[in-house]
Design a protein around this ligand. Structure first.
Ligand code: GTP
Length: 584
């Protein structure tokens, strides 16, 4: 297949608008998978993806499709021409926009899927701009037109007013009933440009993704920008300078299908004897050893916005957890890991994630796929502290704050985000209240149409980590959609300790003795709360009786409590840590 017979495209959408279902239908339509193959959403492969119904890791599949474009390539063409179509799936959730931009790097076009009833949502906006900024051709698709509440005309008007997309370019589909699907692949072939590479140039390919396979070792997903890659070639990495022998090469159709060669514009896989995915840097350029090429533009490295400690539930399992984390990070390069130790939990790891859902998913995968039992500590965001002497330092872990009182913190900056919120107009008031309670600053406020409002806010990231999304959903009866992107740091105050102590108080069960909760920076206590003791009614069985008898019983109880306070340990339930961040 020469480049002009190749199309590389992604499907982008707000969560649940039907992207994976549409992908499945296209794979069926082209015979890549069998109809009713039993497992819906072929590209959502991870167990956690199936359980949560979200796409986490982008997957790729190659399809073959015949289409008749008269006169396009040969004036005599009356027979349909064969095309090779690479579909690159993308995650829908805000936390994974890094994965979305990674997938888009190998594409020339994107299908922008919008639910016919829900219309444009926050991630539709975010994904549209990611695709638009990558200069992709956008094919708007209004999906789920079979729903009784579908209103395609309203959604067409939204697409026109928000993105200036021409209503006559919009396709109407139902991935459920199959209606309108026949127009999708012809639009892909006719509207999206072929990949621009040069077949006669030396090989250059972009490393899109990598994962570790028990039998084959590291498998890299690549997009060939120029030239050709053949089994037996020797390739080098622009990032590390390492060289490898190409042991196997092929396409995902949809499973690994060896072809022995990948030509300009194709997307496929390479097995090259890399021992660890750490050698396979996402965004790296691979080229023919001995040739000299200009590296392709890579990706911005993933930015870690939420940090949490991961510790083995049983201290002796450290090695097992270490192994599980190493294996899992092989398939999720967007997590950062450093070792740390805590006086309470022993040896463990401090991990950086793209967001809260990303953290949850990583945790769940550790347990499900690697059987690791993990305790995770309260998520934190990175702060920048300025010290008395004017020096500044980024602190990702509260334990890293200086305990030396002379090293005084004089100012503190926290990360903020620019949030996009789309809501039905009747919820505008309560959303404005929520955002101002969360220290938000309104940047923009307009109406998409008569029923929907669009707002932009600057919010401290910490306020979003603390369960903002659930709260937003609950005050809008689930109708709000939300997305955010990183903005700059802003100066913050140091009242966090006060709030945390108050919250923790609610979640620690009362014990038979009094518990003191303190927030401290080093040895300086900055906030304090007490959980009062439960009192057993030791006088219950003491009918009548004289005062001295009652006093004696109460004194005995007091004595016992004192002892318990000295020797008693308080189990802080794991939920207390999680819930700590969920209460507003
Ligand atoms: P993420 O992977 O989380 O981003 O979601 P998604 O956009 O891939 O959505 P998915 O394909 O998982 O579809 C979400 C839900 O909508 C599923 O329950 C589908 O069965 C349903 N659905 C998808 N397409 C249609 C459609 O055309 N009509 C109707 N009625 N339901 C649909």
């Amino acid at each position: 297949y020469p480049p002009e017979k190749i199309r590389n495209f992604s499907i982008i959408a707000h969560v649940d608008h039907g992207k994976s279902t549409l992908a499945d239908r296209l794979l069926e339509l082209t015979g890549t998978i069998k109809r009713g193959h039993g497992q819906p959403q072929y590209l959502d492969k991870l167990q956690v993806e199936r359980e949560r119904g979200i796409t986490v890791k982008a997957q790729t599949a190659t399809m073959f499709h015949k289409h008749n474009i008269q006169g396009a390539y040969s004036s005599a063409a009356t027979e349909p021409l064969g095309f090779l179509l690479n579909l690159i799936d993308t995650p829908g959730h805000v936390d994974f926009s890094y994965e979305v931009s990674r997938s888009l790097a190998a594409c020339q076009g994107a299908l922008l899927v919008v639910d016919a009833a829900q219309g444009v949502q926050a991630q539709t906006v975010a994904n549209f701009y990611l695709a638009f900024e990558s200069n992709l051709t956008i094919i708007p698709i209004i999906n789920k037109i079979d729903q009784p509440t579908a209103d395609p005309d309203r959604v067409k008007a939204q697409l026109k007013s928000m993105f200036d997309l021409d209503p006559s370019d919009v396709l109407l589909t139902s991935a459920k009933t199959g209606q309108g699907l026949e127009h999708v692949l012809p639009a892909v072939i006719e509207r999206i440009a072929p990949p621009p590479g040069l077949c006669s140039s030396p090989l250059r390919m972009l490393l899109l993704d990598s994962y570790y396979d028990e039998y084959k070792g590291v498998i890299c997903h690549v997009a060939v920008a120029d030239g050709a890659l053949r089994k037996g070639d020797k390739i080098s990495s622009a990032a590390t300078g390492q060289s490898y022998d190409v042991l196997d090469v092929g396409i995902m159709h949809p499973e690994l299908t060896p072809t022995g060669v990948l030509l300009t514009g194709q997307v496929g896989y390479v097995v090259s004897g890399m021992r660890s995915t750490k050698e396979a840097r996402i965004g790296d350029t691979l080229y023919q050893s001995r040739s000299t090429v200009e590296p392709l533009p890579g990706f911005k490295p993933a930015k870690h916005m939420v940090f949490s400690g991961l510790y083995p539930a049983d201290g002796s399992d450290f090695e097992a957890l270490n192994h599980a984390i190493e294996r899992l990070t092989c398939n999720d390069a967007s997590v950062s890991v450093t070792k740390e130790s805590s006086t309470a939990l022993g040896l463990g790891f401090r991990c950086g994630f793209l967001g809260l859902l990303h953290m949850d998913v990583f945790h769940q995968r550790l347990e499900q796929e690697y059987g690791a039992h993990v305790i995770s500590t309260v998520p934190t965001v990175p702060y920048i502290y300025e010290y008395f002497d004017g020096s500044k330092v980024e602190v990702q872990n509260p334990a890293a704050l200086p305990s030396n009182p002379k090293q005084r913190v004089t100012a503190c900056w926290e990360p903020t985000v620019t949030a996009t919120i789309i809501i039905p107009s009747e919820y505008v008031g309560s959303v404005i209240t929520l955002c101002s309670e969360r220290r938000g600053q309104q940047l923009e406020y307009s109406f998409i149409d008569s029923q929907r409002a669009f707002m932009k806010y600057r919010l401290p990231l910490r306020e979003i980590v603390v369960d903002f999304y659930n709260e937003l959903k609950s005050i809008t009866s689930g109708y709000a959609s939300f997305d955010y992107e990183d903005a700059e740091y802003q100066q913050s105050d140091l009242r966090v300790g006060r709030e945390l102590v108050e919250k923790l108080k609610k979640f620690i069960d009362r014990q038979m003795f009094e518990i003191t909760i303190q927030a401290a920076i080093g040895s300086k206590v900055i906030a304090r709360e007490t959980v009062s003791a439960m009192r057993k009614n030791v006088l219950a069985k003491c009918y009548g009786g004289d005062v001295s008898r009652k006093r004696k019983l109460l004194d005995k109880q007091k004595e016992g409590k004192k002892r318990m306070k000295r020797v008693g340990s308080v189990d802080i339930p794991q939920e207390a840590f999680h819930e700590l961040l969920k209460v507003s």
